[in-house]
Ligand binder design. Structure first.
Ligand SMILES: Cc1cc2nc3c(=O)[nH]c(=O)nc-3n(C[C@H](O)[C@H](O)[C@H](O)COP(=O)(O)OP(=O)(O)OC[C@H]3O[C@@H](n4cnc5c(N)ncnc54)[C@H](O)[C@@H]3O)c2cc1C
Length: 453
């Protein structure tokens, strides 16, 4: 009997498996894949299980857990890490050397392999982009039992078609195929369907000397949204996160100090090598009609950590409510082009307020026109309707030039969204690549392509 933690993820989605392997090296991982391949057994790669789309949740076969692939070597400008290294350990080790690893999907118990699998991004991607941009090389165990190392810039050795790229700042739906693409770009974001990443070389950047962070409250959503557009160009800004009114209501029990009059909030973080320009922020807050006196500013690492916990408490609260009610997560991960941001937000608000008043929250990476609209159903009927609405909202995002997945991937729970963004021809091209690397369709079966090969 396989321990439940190996066959579930943070979305509440559950599966089953016959065996779990915890290899201690890339070579051991490749050996497990060779055995699975020889016996025709489906195999699923599991990182830390913080994913929210069921990609690491097996539906039978074997599981490879990367938890023991934990070696880490920090150098100048780069880190060599095993796929099972947790982000919190990487962030801490990088900080001790005066450096930082830029991708920050807020859930620090995620593994490096999982963040590569999903091309995770999160709050700091506003300035630094998603994981893909920070991977210099990947070591991967392939289904044929080989262990390979792919350097950035090493092109794939077969022809690939071009698929459309949405005009968003983030996108991780399907494989980003383009002629001449490199292996690193192909493997990052492939959600454990093409290979098991066993190690990676990641880019580290110098840690900024000084940061200025603010949690700015507004009386309503509208003013907060307008402030995002006004502040997007502020120099050094690396995070611009949004909390709508219902999100603040969810947070109040844990943070009773949230001002009573607050109906929305923005969390910003700015790198400011010459020190914080507080006067400029006072002017910005004033102009944006923010609740300036009630807003909070962080000047110390301890304050910043408090704000980080505040931000992270929200998806945690949503996931907890969903699990308590006995459902799986119903949250969007759609992004749209920046100039369609308002239109998408208005659409979310209209649909959710009409059908799920008091049972939704919209929050996230508004600086990237990418929010998570979460529905909190209380009955099976509401859950079913919520699922349909999520599909309708995905269509709306794509009609605005957006993506059905900006950072979480599609896994198994959201694989049905892929055809909303891509044509049959584009999906066939992705499946050709999958078949080429995994002819028996063993890896991550059910992820991205629900009907298999
Ligand atoms: C409270 C909360 C907040 C979150 N906030 C964010 C956020 O802001 N931004 C964001 O991007 N994500 C966020 N996430 C989602 C999650 O943390 C990321 O998707 C993360 O990348 C998953 O990493 P993991 O190690 O837990 O992977 P898992 O959940 O174990 O796996 C995720 C996927 O990656 C594949 N995979 C795992 N390891 C490997 C490997 N070694 N090789 C190949 N494929 C692999 C799996 O097969 C699966 O398809 C959040 C999650 C939670 C619970």
């Amino acid at each position: 009997m396989v321990e439940p933690r190996y066959v579930e993820d943070a979305s509440g989605y559950r599966g089953q498996a016959e065996r779990v392997f915890c290899p201690k090296s890339g070579a051991e991982t490749a050996k497990v894949l060779a055995e699975a391949s020889a016996a025709g057994i489906p195999i699923t790669v599991a990182g830390a299980g913080t994913g929210v789309t069921g990609g690491r949740v097996a539906s039978g076969g074997w599981v490879i857990s990367t938890e023991l692939l934990r070696h880490m070597e920090i150098g100048a400008g780069r880190a060599q890490v095993g796929a099972g290294v947790l982000l919190r350990d990487l962030h801490a080790a990088a900080a001790r050397s005066g450096q930082m690893y830029a991708p920050d999907p807020t859930e620090w118990t995620a593994s490096v392999g999982g963040t590569i699998g999903t091309n995770a991004s999160g709050s700091r991607s506003f300035r630094y982009g998603a994981t893909r941009a920070h991977v210099l090389a990947v070591e991967a165990a392939m289904v044929d039992g080989s262990l390979r190392r792919f350097e950035r810039g090493q092109p794939v050795d077969f022809e690939v078609a071009q698929v459309r790229v949405p005009a968003t700042t983030k996108n991780t739906a399907g494989y980003p195929l383009r002629p001449g693409m490199d292996w690193v770009d192909l493997l990052v974001g492939s959600e454990g369907t093409l290979a098991a990443v066993t190690a990676a070389e990641l880019r580290l950047l110098p840690a900024p000397a000084e940061l200025f962070t603010g949690l700015i409250f507004f009386s309503g959503n509208r003013a907060a949204i307008a402030a995002v557009d006004a502040w997007r160009g502020v120099e050094g800004l690396r995070m611009l996160e949004y909390f709508d009114g219902p999100s603040l209501r969810l947070l109040r029990p844990r943070f009773p100090e949230i001002p009573k009059e607050a109906g929305a909030a923005l969390l910003f973080e700015q790198e400011c090598p010459d020190g914080a320009d507080e006067d400029a922020w006072i002017a910005r807050l004033d102009h944006a009609g923010a609740l300036a006196d009630a807003s909070w500013f962080a000047l110390t690492p301890a304050d910043r950590e408090r704000f980080r916990r505040f931000r992270h408490a929200l998806p945690e609260a949503v996931n907890e409510i969903v699990r308590r009610n006995g459902f799986t997560k119903l949250g969007s991960d759609y992004a749209v082009p920046l100039d369609r941001n308002l239109e998408m937000l208005d659409h979310y608000a209209a649909c959710l307020e009409a059908e799920f008043p008091g049972r939704y929250a919209v929050f996230g990476h508004l600086g990237d026109a990418h929010v998570h609209a979460n529905i909190l159903p209380e009955s099976l009927e509401q859950f079913e309707r919520g699922r349909e609405l999520m599909i309708e909202l995905a269509r709306k995002a794509v009609s605005l030039g957006g993506t059905v997945s900006a950072e979480h991937g599609l896994g198994k729970r959201k694989a049905h969204l892929l055809p909303i963004q891509f044509s049959g021809t584009e999906i066939a091209a992705m499946m050709d690549v999958k078949r080429r690397l995994d002819p028996q369709w063993l890896l991550g079966r059910g992820t991205l392509f629900p009907d298999g090969g």
